[in-house]
Design a binder for this molecule. Structure first.
Ligand code: SF4
Length: 434
């Protein structure tokens, strides 16, 4: 048994300080990971681990040899005119690139989970610009952390440990000089880490844009805050918020799902980015930045791979093996039922999508590549089991702050189980030959 340091792929923080004791066959001990990370390493032998290919026969899931499952998948794709490919935020960049190659070869439409999450921020930033920050910069320099619609304490469990309770290289003090502001309609677990100097703002649901607009106005014209407050937040708290926003030496706003959910006003992200730029123009000595809290460990990777290969961070559509212009997304494609089969990689849309969309997705054959039982694996026509990235295979991934990290392999995958890139390559090679 040897103990070595590895990176955890349990979430997008990709903590690189996890000690794993292993004999190369099993993981004996995991030290330093949070519960979510521990669960990730335990997934190797978990009850819901998928290690056998399965297909649906007469409505029942049946275990079959890999060749049979692959042949059936190839058959479906061969007869498809409008295949959808979706997921790709829990696989490495090599598999993401292979997925895009496959989409091109079969004239498909490919999207990642980012399109309904942090991709919205990246899209808005094309018009407004964006000031980003790395985890190291936050640890070493930040004095203001704002969780906006973001329950970091539960979604990225060690984030606050690292960035809020740390001292950093350039300061004599740590938590004492860091102010935490939580803006959320729901009193999440993140409210629980607040100290006396911190500010809890329980905003009215769906009123984020009203708050952003008044802050923008106040930045340009003082005393525009109405006496009654805005969005359920009173005047004094609004002034405190503004004082922190404009006075911080190095502030960061963590943008969470609360701001990105489908029912949010679509301008909310754009106006938030505009507010940050406005503050930065006015700031004499400091800087305000944005960090997107996408939870999947390589959601940012797909944005980079797609952008560097085809100049678009999501929603790539191919026709005659060429990229074509489209304003469609995975959501509009499913809504219009503009597809005849789907290839889902490392995600569970049947659980995650609204039931209206899941039902439409289920009307056409689903090919799933994944290693964990889910609502999608129970309903997919074909499931191809995959190795667990960051444990049974390595590869390049992008951390939450868009810093590239190389994951290392710890164990071999179970016999007959391939990694995502290899599976996608098997499909690609067979389809190119046809
Ligand atoms: S915070 Fe995320 S990356 Fe870090 S140990 Fe927990 S699950 Fe793993």
């Amino acid at each position: 048994m040897v103990s070595k340091r590895f990176t955890c792929s349990g979430c997008s923080l990709l903590c690189d300080d996890i000690i794993i004791r292993s004999d190369g066959l099993y993981i004996d001990e995991t030290l330093g990971a949070c519960l979510k990370g521990k669960e990730r390493f335990d997934q190797v032998t978990a009850k819901n681990r998928i290690v056998s290919p399965q297909i649906k026969k007469n409505g029942k899931l049946v275990k079959v040899p890999l060749t049979e499952a692959l042949d059936k998948a190839i058959d479906i794709i061969k007869n498809s005119k409008k295949p959808l490919l979706y997921g790709f935020s829990t696989v490495n960049c090599e598999a993401q690139l292979k997925g895009i190659e496959l989409a091109k070869a079969i004239n498909g439409f490919i999207d990642s989970n980012s399109v309904i999450c942090q991709g919205k921020v990246l899209n808005s930033s094309k018009k407004t610009g964006i000031t980003m920050i790395t985890i190291s910069e936050i640890i070493n320099k930040a004095d203001l952390l704002i969780l906006w619609g973001a329950n970091a304490a539960e979604s990225i469990p060690r984030l606050l440990n690292k960035v809020l309770f740390s001292r950093g290289k350039f300061r004599m003090t740590g938590r004492e000089i860091k102010t935490l502001i939580v803006i959320d309609p729901v009193k999440t677990a993140s409210f629980g880490v607040m100290g006396v100097r911190d500010v809890a703002l329980q905003i009215e649901t769906g009123k984020d844009i009203d708050l952003i607009r008044i802050l923008k106005e106040e930045c340009c014209k003082a005393n525009s805050i109405p006496d009654t407050g805005v969005a359920g937040i009173d005047k004094d708290d609004l002034k405190r918020l503004l004082l922190h926003l404009t006075g911080a030496e190095n502030g960061v706003i963590f943008v969470g799902q609360g701001l990105l959910r489908p029912q949010s006003n679509e301008d909310v992200v754009k106006e938030l980015l505009e507010l940050v730029q406005l503050i930065n123009v006015k700031q004499q000595k400091g800087r305000m930045s944005i960090m997107m809290l996408g939870g999947h460990y390589n959601m940012a990777g797909f944005d980079h791979v797609a952008l560097s290969t085809y100049g678009k961070n999501h929603s790539l559509e191919f026709s005659n093996n060429q990229l074509v212009e489209t304003s469609e997304t995975i959501v509009s494609k499913i809504e219009k039922e503009d597809f005849d089969c789907s290839i889902i990689v490392g995600t569970d849309p049947i659980s995650h999508f609204p039931s209206k969309l899941s039902k439409k997705l289920l009307k056409r054959p689903i090919i799933l590549i994944d290693n964990k039982a889910s609502a999608t694996s129970y309903t997919a026509d074909i499931t191809l089991p995959s190795a667990i990235t960051g444990i049974e295979c390595g590869g390049l991934v992008y951390r939450i702050d868009h810093v590239p990290i190389e994951l290392k392999k710890i164990l071999n995958p179970p016999s007959g189980v391939y990694n995502d890139e290899e599976i996608l390559n098997k499909l690609l090679e067979a389809l190119i030959k046809v």
